[in-house]
Design a protein around this ligand. Structure first.
Ligand code: GDP
Ligand code: MG
Length: 162
C-alpha cells in the first residue's frame, strides 16, 4: 500500500495548484467519499525513488457559513487516512481565523505535518513566511506552487518522512 500525503488548508490558498504541480502530467482521480460532502482528488507522485498518493482535500469551494463543519470534516478525514499532512497557508494574507482553526485541529495530533507557506513568489513574500511561526507548528517552508519554487525541497522533506 502506498503512503498518502494530504494537502489541507482553507479555500484559495493554492491546494489544487500544488496538487497539480506534484502529480505533474498524471491524471487525478476524483473520489466522492461516502460521509464526506466534498469530492477529493487523488493522484500519484514519484520523488527520490518513492511513490506516494497525494490527496487534494479541497474539493469545491464552499460558503463561509459552512466553513466550520466543512473544514473540520476535511481535516479530520485527512488526519485519519494520510501518513503526512501538508498544511498550506497563503503568504499574502497573514494568519487568518480559518488558518488558526485548522492549526487547532492538527496541533495536538501526532501526525507528521509540514507547514507550507504558498504564493511566496518573491523574496519579500518569502520573508513573510516567518509570521506563520505564530501558528505553533514549527518552521514554515515557503513555496510557490505556480512558479515551482521550493516545491522540490518540500518533496524532499515529504519523502524523508514516509
Ligand atoms: P485552493 O482553493 O486551495 O485549491 O486554491 P487554488 O489552487 O484553486 O488557487 C487559488 C488561486 O491562487 C488561483 O488563482 C491560483 O492561480 C492562485 N495561486 C496558487 N498558487 C499560487 C502561487 O504560488 N503564487 C500565486 N501568486 N498565486 C497562486
Ligand atoms: Mg482547490
Amino acid at each position: 500500500i502506498k503512503p498518502k500525503v494530504a494537502i489541507v488548508g482553507r479555500p484559495n490558498v493554492g491546494k489544487s495548484t500544488l496538487f497539480n504541480r506534484i502529480i505533474g502530467k498524471r491524471k487525478a482521480i476524483v473520489l466522492d467519499t461516502p460521509g464526506i460532502t466534498r469530492d477529493r482528488n487523488y493522484g500519484t507522485a514519484d520523488w527520490n525513488g518513492r511513490t506516494f498518493d497525494v490527496i487534494d482535500t479541497g474539493g469545491m469551494d464552499f460558503e463561509p457559513s459552512d466553513f466550520n463543519s466543512e473544514i473540520n470534516s476535511q481535516v479530520n478525514e485527512a488526519l485519519k487516512e494520510a501518513n503526512v499532512i501538508i498544511f498550506l497557508v497563503d503568504s499574502n494574507s497573514g494568519i487568518t481565523k480559518q488558518d488558526d482553526q485548522i492549526a487547532k485541529l492538527v496541533r495536538n495530533e501526532k501526525k507528521k505535518l509540514i507547514l507550507a507557506v504558498n504564493k511566496a513568489d518573491n523574496d519579500v513574500e518569502r520573508l513573510s513566511a516567518y509570521e506563520f511561526y505564530g501558528l505553533g507548528l514549527g518552521e514554515p517552508m515557503s513555496i510557490s506552487a505556480t512558479h515551482g519554487t521550493g516545491v522540490g525541497d518540500l518533496l524532499d522533506r515529504i519523502t524523508k518522512m514516509l
